[in-house]
Design a protein around this ligand. Structure first.
Ligand code: 13P
Length: 257
């Protein structure tokens, strides 16, 4: 079963306006040769203030898409500082990260908030990139599979079959994010296969079509072996997505996988 291959760059709270523009221009230039063989979807997740301008830059390059990093669960109202799914959609973005570990741990987002955010994304025509992952302590206490299962059950698995069809899942072990420590391909594949098993139990055949991305210190040196794993359908890249050459090298690794 062939699944969409995806390399997504989560810029987090980085880059000022001109830097963001320059990075996108460099990526468009570097990725031009790939446009004839658009096997890999490239998703850029800038800070929300740049969603419109990044979308305008990539609009004529159909292998690129734009994602927000977060959304509010409501559609409008008195929520100073928040952005809604409809606002994100109106910029041209088509994806949104939901449940990144930094949102869970630094901003207290719970499973029930994330379930509501997932609904808000879908209601507004955005595909959620739903992030899950265990902490180092949870891994060391052999809680990894329990934690991942509960994150999926409580934040995502309320979706109907048709709603689930547009979802992307990202497995990002918290201990591998921004630390330079990557899950080994064996560790990552074991988890991805587990996630796909849970998807199969709940959604049957559809599980074979849902992309599951790996995130956590992906770089040009480790991308190819990670992407070669049968259940790893791409990467969600933080630090290395801020450097055009590195991100391009990671995209190229996906072409080899
Ligand atoms: P790093 O690639 O910097 O470890 O970040 C991963 C991440 O959190 C992507 O969402």
């Amino acid at each position: 079963m062939s699944r969409t291959k995806i390399v997504a760059g989560n810029w987090k709270m980085n880059l000022v306006s001109q830097e963001a523009k320059d990075l996108v221009n460099q990526l468009i230039e570097l990725c031009k040769p790939l446009a004839d063989n658009p096997k890999v979807r490239i998703i850029l997740a800038p800070a929300s203030v740049y969603l419109s301008s990044v979308f305008t830059q990539v609009e004529d390059h159909p292998h690129f898409s734009v994602s927000a990093q977060n959304l509010h669960e409501g559609d409008q109202g008195a929520f100073t500082g928040e952005i809604s799914g409809s606002m994100i959609r109106s910029t041209g973005a088509s994806f949104v990260l939901v449940g990144h570990s930094e949102r869970r741990t630094l901003f207290g987002e719970t499973d029930s908030t994330l379930a509501a955010k997932t609904n808000a994304a879908i209601r507004n025509g955005l595909s959620p990139i739903f992030c899950i992952g265990e902490s180092l302590e949870e891994r060391e206490n052999e809680k990894t599979f329990d934690i991942l299962q509960s994150q999926l059950m409580n934040g995502l698995f309320h979706l109907s079959l048709s709603e689930m069809a547009g979802v992307i899942i990202a497995y990002e072990p918290v201990w591998a994010i921004g630390t330079g420590k990557t899950a080994s391909p064996e560790q990552a594949q074991e988890v991805h296969a587990f996630i796909r098993r849970l998807l199969t139990e709940k959604y049957g055949e559809l599980a074979q079509r849902i992309p599951i991305l790996y995130g956590g210190s992906v770089n040009p040196g480790n991308a190819e072996t990670l992407f070669a794993c049968p259940d790893i359908d791409g990467g969600l890249v933080g630090g290395a997505s801020l450097k055009a050459q590195d991100f391009h090298a990671i995209i190229q690794a996906m072409y080899k996988g």
